[in-house]
Write a protein that binds this ligand. Structure first.
Ligand code: PLP
Length: 162
């Protein structure tokens, strides 16, 4: 699937942004989600497995986006280039906003990332328990058999055709 999307993008000169809001540490046919397209976005909204209230992460898989991302990171200034000594002074080079997590929010996120394996194991345990109890009437979705995902939602497919 990912290969087909990328092929279409290549054919028409498009970029692929992976909407990976809930997909941290998930895999599609062995490839980590967030690494399939040119760019990807994870969410750390409070509803996610790993959350800091608000916040998220953008992943860049194509060097062409690094400079632009640095400018967004630095509140639409070219300060990163200034810090590297590439320019004598920095200034605003685009319109934008401030997208970084506050330090307090980042601390919440960091604490959860440190416990990531523990959180994931507990979810997996509960997930397996659901399947053990409900497998008489529900089966796993095909996509769940091909992928490793971090049990964000408990999705089911009935055996009986409706
Ligand atoms: C599928 C999906 N897309 C986007 C979002 C929005 O993420 P955020 O609130 O971090 O922008 C969420 C989470 O709320 C989501 O579940």
């Amino acid at each position: 699937m990912a290969r087909k999307i990328l092929a279409v993008a290549e054919k028409y000169g498009l970029f692929v942004v992976e909407h990976a809001a809930q997909a941290i540490s998930s895999f599609y046919k062995g490839k980590p989600l967030g690494s399939l397209g040119h760019l990807a976005c994870f969410s750390f909204h409070e509803t996610k497995n790993i959350g800091s209230g608000e916040g998220g992460a953008s992943l860049i898989n194509d060097e062409r986006f690094i400079k632009g991302a640095e400018i967004i990171w630095e509140k639409e200034t070219n300060r990163a280039a200034f810090y590297r000594g590439e320019i004598d002074e920095y200034t605003w080079v685009d319109i934008g906003s401030s997208f970084l997590l506050s330090e307090v929010t980042a601390v919440l996120l960091w604490a959860q990332l440190e416990k990531f394996n523990e959180i994931l194991s507990r979810r997996l345990e509960l997930w397996n328990q659901y399947y053990a109890e409900l497998n008489i009437c529900f089966r796993k979705l095909k996509s769940e058999r091909e992928c490793f995902f971090i049990m964000f939602l408990y999705t089911i497919a009935p055996f009986i055709k409706i």
